[in-house]
Ligand binder design. Structure first.
Ligand code: NAP
Length: 310
């Protein structure tokens, strides 16, 4: 695994570890110290990460704003910035899905302002909007591309059939699905499809929202969104954490921490281009970035997956 990979047909050269900024969504993760997160964003670049994922919806624009401030001053041409559109949100908290042409064109302008950038490298439809005509969504994205406001566009959370339909109307070049070593469902259909079509895949939640970091024993309780997550409760949480501890021991042989082992195993899948790791602190991105370029044996890769098949 190298420290730069090509993101499918986009030709973009990206780091296999992508910086994830959802942590700046207070309603999911609670309030994070802004300076520390901004510091982590800058540290990411210093430790070899050039790929950043955000979304207009993370903290209703907050994550994009912080990213814009944090990355200002770094050479723009050396950064690959991915953001998303889908949620039509209002100051009073109302939000609903919207991939209409009007909303996409309006929201892209707002994202550019918040990011303080002239263009977005990768603009992603955050989810599937059943009410939008695939033609109109693609028309809006093509228009933005022609205007030079976005360089490429892709999707997130779409099924194989939804991508197939979308690609009849537009050049969607990437996919951002959920994937963790605990939940690998997309290996059956979406990943082979993307591989076959040369669609770049940037998977989200590779640490299973932190559970695969190896720091939890299975007895902790949470005050963020994880308090309602079935994998972070009761016997299942304990069982998963025990499995992570066992799997982590395999990483020690290679001098890898559990986080690094998980990132390495995720990225060794040939259908996965990048793993978006959600980051709160500079130390967290340093640790994840140090996994780039590393690999383990086929036998151990299978052992890790076997142990985490809980
Ligand atoms: N397209 C979508 O619908 C979608 C959905 C979700 C996420 N995403 C993107 O994918 C990114 C990653 O997903 P995610 O945040 O769900 O999950 P993740 O990467 O699986 O987990 C992130 C969490 O793991 C812990 N962590 C990270 N690095 C660590 C380290 N080195 N040591 C110990 N703990 C560490 C942190 O939480 P604690 O320290 O609190 O444990 C962090 O909040 C997001 O930031 C976002 O950009 C996209």
């Amino acid at each position: 695994m190298s420290t730069r990979v090509t993101l499918g047909s986009t030709g973009l050269s990206v780091s296999p570890v992508c910086y994830g900024s959802w942590q700046l969504s207070p309603r999911f993760w609670g309030k994070q110290p802004e300076d520390e997160v901004a510091g982590a964003m800058r540290r990411a670049f210093e430790v070899g990460v050039n790929f950043y994922d955000t979304a207009d919806a993370y903290g209703e624009g907050y994550a994009e704003e912080v990213m814009g401030r944090a990355l200002k001053g770094l050479p723009r041409k050396d950064l690959v910035i991915a953001t998303k559109v889908f949620w039509h949100f209002h100051p009073d908290g109302r939000r609903y899905g919207d991939l209409s042409k009007e909303w996409i064109l309006e929201e892209c302008e707002t994202s550019l302002k918040r990011l303080q950038m002239d263009y977005i490298d990768l603009y992603q439809c955050h989810s599937w909007d059943p009410l939008a005509q695939p033609e109109e969504t693609a028309e809006a994205l093509e228009k933005l591309k022609k205007q030079g406001k976005i360089r490429h566009y892709g999707v997130s959370n779409w099924s194989v059939e939804q991508v197939r339909l979308g690609r009849k109307h537009g050049t969607y070049e990437t996919h951002q699905p959920f994937y963790s070593l605990i939940k690998r469902d997309i290996e059956r259909d979406l990943l082979p499809y993307c591989q076959q079509e040369n669609i770049g895949t940037l998977v989200y939640s590779p640490l299973h929202n932190g559970l695969l970091s190896g720091k939890y024993k299975g007895t902790e309780s949470f005050d963020d969104f994880r308090k309602d997550h079935a994998d972070f409760k009761g016997e299942r949480f304990k069982k998963l954490c025990d499995a992570v501890t066992k799997a982590g021991e395999i990483g020690r042989v290679y001098g890898l921490t559990t986080v690094q082992l998980v990132v390495v195993c995720t990225l060794m899948h040939p259908g996965i281009t990048s793993a978006i790791v959600g980051i709160k602190t500079p130390k967290q991105i340093e640790e994840a970035a140090a996994a780039m370029g590393k690999t383990i044996s086929r036998e151990d890769w299978n052992k890790v997956r076997g142990l985490l098949n809980v």
